[in-house]
Design a protein around this ligand. Structure first.
Ligand SMILES: [Zn+2]
Length: 201
């Protein structure tokens, strides 16, 4: 590609668009064509989020105390208790927000990262749209934790028990945090670099 020499870059320091090869002529910031080590960092963060999914789902999410007896609920047993207690609507919200959405976000990002890494012939345009959806959901991520607090208060009201968030709540927060950081570190232009390479051939 001969056009590489005239390619414009955006300075991350002062937002100047420049054709300078290495340093911004206005503020001196080092220029990068793409975010450095974007793919590797994003993959590492996403893997961490994936690992935290296991304790988040396996450990208790709420602890209820009834006459000195501790009862622990995981996200699944908690969801089932809500259905048993005649609250299928809240059970659905808890399941979608705490299980379905975080897992879909991780799977979606994994497909995007896998496409860049393995040069899969998937639609770049659809993947970019998927990325924007994941980013958008990320802004509402605290919903997941909000839902956990709803679950705790519902248990409190329904059974007049004393309920507390248990360790899994922390892991759920970490899953959300690392997924969001993985999305933030991903330079989606890498997807379109592939497209250009494929067009060139
Ligand atoms: Zn600059």
């Amino acid at each position: 590609m001969s056009s590489n020499n005239t390619e414009l870059r955006l300075c991350s320091g002062c937002r100047l668009t420049t054709a300078a090869p290495s340093h911004c002529p206005r503020c001196g910031t080092v220029l990068h064509k793409r975010q450095p080590r974007s793919l590797e960092t994003s993959m590492a963060l996403l893997l961490t989020a994936f690992i935290f999914l296991f304790p988040a789902n396996a450990l208790p999410i709420t602890q209820t105390i009834n006459q000195g007896v501790n009862t622990y609920d995981t996200i699944y047993s908690g969801t089932l208790s809500l259905i048993d207690a005649g609250m299928p609507g809240i059970a659905t919200i808890v399941f979608v927000a705490s299980v379905l959405v975080p897992i879909s976000k991780i799977v979606g990002l994994a497909v995007i990262l896998g496409t860049i890494k393995l040069r899969l012939p998937l639609s770049r345009r659809q993947l970019t749209t998927a990325f924007h959806v994941i980013e958008f959901i990320g802004r509402w991520s605290m919903l997941d934790l909000f839902v956990i607090s709803i679950m705790v208060s519902v248990i409190n009201m329904g059974q007049l028990l004393y309920a507390l968030p248990a360790p899994a709540a922390t892991y759920f927060a970490l899953v959300i945090l690392f997924t969001q950081m993985a999305a933030q570190r991903l330079d989606t232009r890498l997807l379109w670099d592939l497209e250009k390479e494929q067009d060139d051939h």
